[in-house]
Each structure stands twice: as structure tokens, then as C-alpha cells.
Design a binder for this molecule. Structure first.
Ligand SMILES: NC(=O)c1ccc[n+]([C@@H]2O[C@H](COP(=O)([O-])OP(=O)(O)OC[C@H]3O[C@@H](n4cnc5c(N)ncnc54)[C@H](O)[C@@H]3O)[C@@H](O)[C@H]2O)c1
Length: 250
């Protein structure tokens, strides 16, 4: 018997990186997985990986910044698999860099929209189904940038800190409905999204400053997210858990 046998998990941004690692981790613990992403091809690739290891899974297109799309994603999960037990709200990005005094308003809005509003929209509609289902477990992807400023990425840091606050609100407002909500704050994780922001060789140099001497892997975060959704973590609620191999000084 695996800890998430019979459970249905939804993972956003699961067509790449940490979300894909999360989808694999939920599946490894026995869950059926709905793989959501704005990039449907990436989501389908993740589904093929899951199915190859015997995990029941399906893909759904979703733009987390679009409320109708979020509603459709959750309806697709419930109509395909019958319910929604766990959600890993992970979709987000950290594109571009600007000093605050040079920052275009559109850049601010885009970052807050995908990282914070997108998480809010997922939470808003997940709790409805989880409440009707007698409870649920949620993990939101924040970032180490919620605690330590990411140079040139003030809206990202602000949005990720906002996710910590939203996580605590869900925890206190919906505990009586049987819903738990926690956040993971990854350090630097080796994903396609991160690789796109760094020049060749730069990440390997940064890795030297991580106490463990390496960057994180998507599984390092995904497995923590899946574990937080098991009964072993039943009394953990409203927490913001840094998962960074001991701290990044770069
Ligand atoms: N990799 C890191 O070092 C790191 C550190 C801290 C936090 N994070 C956070 O982890 C999450 C995943 O990042 P990653 O590094 O795996 O990046 P990634 O780019 O490899 O994967 C992100 C996925 O999210 C999807 N996505 C983007 N916008 C979306 C939208 N509007 N709707 C639905 N899906 C959307 C992308 O298509 C992609 O598949 C993000 O929230 C990111 O901010 C990453």
C-alpha cells in the first residue's frame, strides 16, 4: 500500500521542471495525476513518462492566469478521475530582470499575474471541490526569493512572498473543512526554466556555493510536495518550507 493510493493529484506547470518532478513523485506514491500546463505538448510528455511507469495520468491545457481556464482544468480533473484530493500549485516563472526604477509596469503585472494571481485562482477553485469532497491537501510553490531578494526580480520576490501569505490564509480559513495548505520554497533547482536565465557554465559556478555542492533537482522539490500531501504530514499546516540544500549565498 502506497501513501497516496486511491488519491487524485493535480499538478500545475507539470510540463517541465519542478512540476514534472512533482507529477512523478505523486505518481510514485500511488496517486493518479492530472498534469496541467499552458504548454500541452510538455504536459503530454509528462503523462507519457508517468504511464510508462504504470501511473494513471492525463494532460489538460491550462493558463493559470485565466479564471475560466482554471475552472475548466479542475472540472476536467473531477470529470476524468472523479475527485480532487491533492493539488501542487506550481506554475510560475521568473523572466527578465530590472532595477525597480527602470521596471516597466507590464513587467511587474506579468510576474505578479502568473506567480501570485495564478496561484490564487487555483486555490479559489480547488477549495470548492475539496470542501465538497470532505477535505484535501495543497502545496504551493513559492521560492527562496520570498525570503532573500532575487536581484532584479522584485515582483517575483513579492509574488512568492504573497504565496506564503495565501498559503497561511488557506490553512487557517479551511482547516475545519479538512484542507491543509503548505508552501515549498525551493533554492536554485536545475530546470529548463532556470537554464534559460543563465549563460553556459554559470549555474555550475553557483552550485559551488550551495553547502551540498550541487543545485537542486526537480525531484528534490517534487518529493517534498508529495510527502506534504501524505498522512505522515497530517499536522503540518500553513507552513513555508525552505528546500535548498542548506542555503544559497550567490
Ligand atoms: N527552478 C528554480 O530554481 C526555482 C526556484 C524557486 C522557485 N521556483 C518556482 O518553481 C516553479 C516551477 O519552475 P521551474 O523552474 O520548474 O520552471 P520551468 O519553466 O522549467 O517550468 C514551469 C512550467 O510552468 C508552465 N507555465 C508557465 N506559465 C504558466 C501558466 N500561465 N499557466 C500554466 N502553466 C504555466 C510552463 O509552461 C512550464 O512547463 C515556478 O513557480 C518557479 O517560480 C523555481
Amino acid at each position: 500500500m502506497s501513501p497516496l493510493d486511491g488519491q487524485v493529484a493535480l499538478v500545475t506547470g507539470a510540463g517541465s521542471g519542478i512540476g514534472r518532478g512533482g507529477a512523478v513523485a505523486f505518481g510514485a506514491l500511488g496517486a493518479t495525476v492530472m498534469v496541467a500546463d499552458i504548454n500541452l505538448d510538455g504536459a503530454q510528455e509528462t503523462v507519457e513518462m508517468l504511464q510508462a511507469s504504470g501511473v494513471e495520468a492525463a494532460a489538460v491545457h491550462c493558463d493559470v492566469t485565466d479564471e475560466a481556464s482554471v475552472v475548466a482544468m479542475i472540472e476536467a480533473t473531477v470529470s476524468t478521475f472523479g475527485k480532487l484530493d491533492a493539488a501542487f500549485n506550481n506554475a510560475g516563472n521568473a523572466l527578465g530582470q530590472y532595477a525597480i526604477h527602470e521596471m516597466p509596469l507590464d513587467y511587474w503585472k506579468q510576474s505578479v499575474e502568473v506567480n501570485l494571481t495564478g496561484t490564487f485562482l487555483c486555490l479559489k477553485h480547488e477549495v470548492v471541490h475539496m470542501t465538497a469532497n470532505g477535505g484535501g491537501r495543497i502545496v504551493n510553490t513559492s521560492s527562496g526569493a520570498a525570503k532573500v531578494p532575487a536581484p532584479g526580480r522584485a515582483p517575483y520576490s513579492a509574488a512568492k512572498r504573497g504565496i506564503v501569505a495565501l498559503t497561511a490564509h488557506i490553512a487557517s480559513d479551511y482547516a475545519k473543512q479538512g484542507i491543509r495548505s503548505n508552501a515549498v520554497l525551493p533554492g536554485l533547482i536545475d530546470t529548463p526554466g532556470v537554464r534559460a536565465n543563465y549563460e553556459d557554465g554559470q549555474l555550475e559556478k553557483i552550485a559551488q556555493y550551495v553547502p551540498g555542492g550541487r543545485l537542486g533537482e526537480p525531484a528534490d522539490i517534487g518529493e517534498v510536495a508529495a510527502w506534504l500531501c501524505t498522512d505522515a504530514a497530517r499536522f503540518i499546516n500553513g507552513q513555508a518550507l525552505v528546500v535548498d540544500g542548506g542555503g544559497i549565498l550567490a
